[in-house]
Design a binder for this molecule. Structure first.
Ligand SMILES: Cc1cc2nc3c(=O)[nH]c(=O)nc-3n(C[C@H](O)[C@H](O)[C@H](O)COP(=O)(O)OP(=O)(O)OC[C@H]3O[C@@H](n4cnc5c(N)ncnc54)[C@H](O)[C@@H]3O)c2cc1C
Length: 383
């Protein structure tokens, strides 16, 4: 006899949404297993900016998510450009060079608006406009980047906190320090429970259904080396250390078919002065995404990508990997004084290197070929 109707492995956005959905759809006994201790709970969801990219046809479609927003930001909807299905799909196709999985993309985009509405309504996730991230004030009206208008109130921390509160309110049981290690199968091969390593040892817990929401292998150096290849094994992790690919491994161990692109990943430019893991309290403040207002060069003094290929939220997830492939796995972002007001506020978590002239600035940096760096800027400025 199964002890639980549903066991959900993980306690990030995906897992807690699944647990609440299970209760909404009639499951009476739902157990969430969180590998992390309580003070580290919530996975990358906690670290995230909590911004939701989703498709909508009319700016006013956002009204249920942002009630009364015009009291705070008059003419708010004048600055919101609709982001219909075709635009979202077009962006995905363009930034992936046509390699996105058409079936999965269709599921993602078709359900994106309803999912965010469900998160707000059933999940009780309060929302706010993504001020300071994607909006730019123009003549008193904030102009929003297409598709990036709404985020969870208080970003990832708020998103994670709200999910735990909702899950607990609907009766989900949550066990911390409890890592699922294996899927159990019955004699017919159906998944009938999980093996768990918890504070009191190892046990098997039966369930009618098991949902894997245990994140990816982003914090697992060996799996990054195996699937993404060097130098991504050396990448700094800006999220949880607990995502070690356990869910993927458990599913593959019982015969699940690998699917999708295993050699690609979301890798973003971050400040070089951060450690191997981003501190939990600083969440996503490691990102350095205002490069489109400046110039990036490597230690050889050369530019190596098009900073302004598109808006930063459509390029940054690829540019981290390109930077990691430069000598020393690093690059320098140069900004003219007149662009400083445009930089994202999170740049304030680093100390900038400042100089009055390009020559002086280059002389202060760990650039191997300083003559080349100056030449690169002279050519750039002359172009
Ligand atoms: C700094 C940063 C900023 C981001 N900003 C955004 C953003 O603004 N917008 C956006 O859409 N995305 C953003 N992302 C990506 C987003 O955070 C993730 O895509 C999302 O959180 C994934 O949710 P998840 O539930 O699948 O995984 P996670 O939230 O990572 O949750 C995985 C859970 O599984 C648990 N777990 C792992 N192994 C086991 C095991 N064996 N047993 C039990 N539990 C286990 C973990 O402890 C964790 O609780 C950001 C990511 C980072 C790191």
């Amino acid at each position: 006899m199964a002890e639980y109707d549903v066991i959900v492995v993980g306690a990030g956005n995906a897992a807690l949404a699944a647990s609440v959905s299970a209760c909404e759809n009639g499951a009476e006994k739902v157990l969430v297993l969180e590998k992390a201790p309580k003070n580290m709970r919530g996975g990358n969801t906690h670290w995230s900016g909590g911004v939701f990219r989703f498709a909508f046809d009319d700016a006013r479609d956002l009204e249920p998510l942002l009630p009364g927003i015009e009291d705070q930001y008059p003419n708010f909807y004048d600055g919101v450009t609709p982001y219909p299905y075709d635009d979202f799909m077009g962006d995905l196709m363009r930034v992936t060079g046509g390699q996105t999985d058409p079936e999965l993309s269709d599921i993602l985009i078709s359900n994106s608006r309803d999912t965010v509405m469900w998160m707000h309504g059933t999940g009780k996730i309060p929302m706010e406009p993504a001020v300071g991230l994607s909006g730019v004030d123009k003549d008193g009206v904030i102009q929003w980047q297409r598709g990036l208008v709404v985020r969870a109130e208080h970003e990832g921390v708020g998103l994670s906190t709200a999910w735990f509160a909702t899950a607990e309110a609907v009766g989900v049981e949550i066990r911390y320090d409890s890592a699922a290690t294996e899927l159990i199968q019955d004699s017919k091969g159906w998944v009938s429970g999980v093996k768990v390593r918890g504070p009191d040892g190892v046990e098997e817990i039966p369930a009618k259904a098991v949902v894997l929401g245990a994140g990816g292998f982003e914090a697992n150096t060996q799996m990054r080396a195996q699937h993404l290849g060097a130098p991504l094994d050396q990448a700094k992790v800006r999220g949880t250390p607990h995502n070690q690919g356990d869910g993927l491994r458990m599913a593959l161990d019982i015969g699940a078919m690998p699917w999708g692109q295993w050699s690609g990943c979301h890798s973003t430019p971050i400040s070089a002065d951060w450690g191997q893991f981003a501190p939990r309290e600083l969440t996503d403040k490691s990102n350095r995404l205002s490069y489109l207002y400046g110039v990036m060069i490597n230690r050889l003094g050369l530019r190596f990508l098009d900073e302004g290929f598109d808006v930063q939220f459509l390029t940054y997830a690829k540019y981290g990997r390109i930077i990691l492939n430069q000598p020393g796995g690093m690059a320098f972002q140069f900004f003219d004084q007149k662009t400083v007001d445009l930089l994202e506020p999170r740049y304030s978590t680093s100390e900038p290197i400042v100089a009055d002239t390009l020559e002086e600035l280059i002389s202060k940096l760990d650039i191997d070929d300083k003559d080349q760096a100056l030449q690169t800027f002279n050519q750039y400025n002359a172009a």
